[in-house]
Ligand binder design. Structure first.
Ligand SMILES: [Zn+2]
Length: 399
């Protein structure tokens, strides 16, 4: 929330610059050490400020202080101060005032346009921001920054085709690879096409996504989904297995699909063997399988149920809730007790964010390919366990 004190501060800033400008003028003509007479306009502006009539004060200052070589930096500083404080309307007004100056140097005009575009962006006026950035992207000192901001706007607008164009141009002028980012733009297009059942286009987009380096498994996931949708179970399974083999963390995105394919084919015994051999090859997979099963409520498959049971009994925090001695003496009631614990764990898991960005720590319930906070691509990783301590803390404090 912007405060009036911000404006007071900014007003004084401008007032000082204006006084400096006036002194410069008088000083050239008069050889006197006496200060220039106090201008009645400054006093009027100051009066607005002191009465907290901030809009009137801003208008007054803008009318009073011409933008010229001596005051232009102050205007820029003031504009960016307002933007940073969230007072975007005022920032826009100041930058427009600079642009309106008839004899503005080309470089200063670009700087003012870039600042104005950032004001528009901050105000959520994306169409206007896009127009100004696009103009600067054609060739200016701000070409790289303008293209970066254009990518950001197209991401927000989900205009992936334009994002690809801006990204490719940015690679050329910025001299750095954006292969992963552009691959995700293509994946976005592929997923949209697949959702419309336009599988030919979806496959073509995946192919383009997979031409760059580093590669993303997201393209393979889309191909696997298409194969599953088109009843090509063998291809779907082989892709899902490859995805897990290369990135175990994607098991949450793949295991439910794998189970649904085996169920559809009526081959649950084969599924049992496939998962058992996966856990044999890499014992760490057991906890990942169990966690995924708890979160997605995947039950009724022996090898998965066994992994879930192991997981529950290995969890030290749970020992305080489940008395293992009692559990072993419970005989036939044992499964009932375990089932209760499993359901409780599922609820706890659903109540806590599962994914966290490795760059900035932003967390979310479901996998997001782009972090909404730091805008990095593919930096989220899931928690492999329910964070009991956090959950218990949360449930206690929110009571
Ligand atoms: Zn992040």
């Amino acid at each position: 929330m912007p405060t009036e004190s911000t404006f007071l501060l900014a007003g004084l800033f401008l007032l000082l610059a204006a006084a400096g400008w006036a002194m410069g003028r008088f000083g050239e003509r008069e050889e006197s050490d006496a200060p220039p007479p106090l201008n009645i306009d400054y006093l009027k502006g100051l009066n607005f400020l002191l009465n907290e009539q901030t809009d009137q004060a801003l208008e007054h200052f803008l009318e009073m202080v011409r933008v010229d070589d001596k005051t232009i930096e102050t205007h820029f500083a003031l504009g960016s101060l307002f933007r940073r404080r969230g007072e975007v309307d005022r920032a826009i007004r100041i930058h427009q005032n600079i642009i309106a100056r008839p004899d503005l140097a080309a470089d200063q005009k670009d700087q003012a346009l870039y600042s104005l575009a950032r004001d528009y962006q901050a105000a959520g006026l994306l169409d206007r921001a896009e127009k100004v950035f696009a103009r600067l992207a054609e060739g200016s000192r701000y070409q790289v920054q303008a293209l970066e901001n254009l990518c950001r706007i197209y991401e927000q607008e989900k205009d992936w085709q334009k994002a690809i164009e801006a990204g490719q141009l940015l690679e050329q002028v910025g001299g750095r690879s954006l292969a992963l980012q552009i691959a995700h733009y293509y994946c976005e297009l592929a997923e949209s096409a697949a959702a419309e059942k336009d599988y030919a286009s979806a496959r073509a987009f995946v192919k383009q996504a997979q031409t760059g380096r580093p590669r993303t498994m997201r393209g393979a996931l889309t191909r696997a989904h298409i194969a599953r949708e088109t009843d090509d179970s063998a291809t779907a399974l082989s892709l899902y297995n490859r995805i897990i083999a290369e990135h175990t963390y994607l098991i949450a995105e793949t295991l439910p699909e794998i189970i649904s394919i085996y169920r559809r084919e009526g081959k649950l015994e084969e599924l049992d063997r496939a998962i058992a051999s996966m856990i044999d090859d890499d014992p760490d997979m057991s906890a990942l399988v169990a966690y995924t099963a708890i979160v997605h409520d995947l039950g009724g498959i022996a090898v998965i149920d066994a992994a879930v049971e192991r997981y529950m009994l290995d969890e030290p925090t749970l020992a305080e809730f489940v008395d293992l001695q009692e559990l072993n003496g419970a005989g036939e009631g044992r499964n009932g007790v375990l089932e209760k614990v499993r359901r409780a764990l599922g609820k706890l898991a659903a109540a806590t964010p599962r994914y966290q960005c490795q760059e900035c720590g932003f967390s979310s319930q479901r996998l997001l390919w782009q972090c909404p906070s730091c805008r990095s691509w593919e930096t989220q990783r899931p928690a492999s366990r329910v964070q009991f301590d956090t959950v218990l803390q949360h449930s206690i404090t929110s009571r």
